[in-house]
Write a new protein. Structure first.
Length: 244
């Protein structure tokens, strides 16, 4: 499992991420794709943010996004690649496939793949599920599934908020799709992910303090409330409609 020392060591800025951060701090207006940190050596790469770091202001601040993506997510990718070094048979597997079948991962690296592979998958999904001027409500089959499960969209918001506030320590709260095609809300500890339980994660909120502490300090409820203003529901709805 992740301990505080390993996390602090892991988030040390890589040269590539440092270059990216320096570029952003110079207020360069380069597109987000061009500002992405190059991949560390290995099969997995840090995806660029799909929007500028300040796109989610004022709900999620640019500095948090920079540190979160360029340091924390980059560190998960780096550590995943390190864990997989010497295991070329696993190099072609997607990170989702790796964490969906941890029993197939050699025991010597299973915990590392669980933590860092989970961190890579969770954060890659997190960036994509947010957008500037997000919020509103979903539509189509996803909305129908939400209403079926929670009665109303507000009922979903209440339950998602309650789950987010219930996470003890570091983890995530999720809207997921189960094997029957129904939605559910669940929480996971550390970087565990619904994929590990055979479910499809649709939308996740990062409850690690690194996701909100700079702006919200201990006011997690304010962060969770703000999160609803930046949800990319079209993206979430497309995931819901993916074939099983
Ligand atoms: Fe995070």
């Amino acid at each position: 499992m992740i301990n505080r020392r390993s996390v602090l060591k892991a988030v040390a800025l890589t040269p590539a991420a440092a270059a990216t951060l320096a570029t952003r701090n110079s207020h360069a207006q380069a597109p987000a794709a061009a500002a992405a940190a190059p991949a560390p050596t290995g099969p997995h790469q840090l995806p660029p943010l799909p929007y500028p770091a300040d796109a989610l202001e004022p709900f999620i601040d640019a500095r948090t996004m920079e540190i979160h993506h360029d340091r924390h997510h980059a560190a998960y990718v780096l550590s995943l690649n390190r864990a997989l070094a010497g295991h070329p048979d696993l190099a072609s597997k997607s990170p989702e496939a790796l964490i969906s079948d941890l029993a197939a991962v050699p025991e010597s690296i299973r915990t590392a793949v669980r933590n860092h592979g989970g961190g890579h998958v969770n954060h890659s999904l997190f960036w994509q599920s947010l957008r500037r001027n997000g919020g509103t409500t979903p539509s189509g089959p996803l909305m129908e599934a939400i209403v079926k499960k929670f009665g109303t969209f507000d009922g979903f918001k209440t339950e998602f908020t309650r789950a987010s506030m219930s996470v003890f320590g570091s983890g995530w709260a999720w809207l997921s799709r189960d094997r029957n095609g129904d939605v559910l809300i669940e929480t996971t500890a550390n970087q565990d992910c619904p994929y590990m339980a055979g479910r499809l994660p649709l939308l996740g909120i990062d409850i690690w303090e690194h996701a909100y502490y700079l702006k919200y300090q201990n006011k997690r409820a304010d962060y969770v409330a703000a999160f609803f203003n930046v949800i990319h529901w079209d993206f979430v709805a497309k995931r819901f409609s993916k074939p099983a």
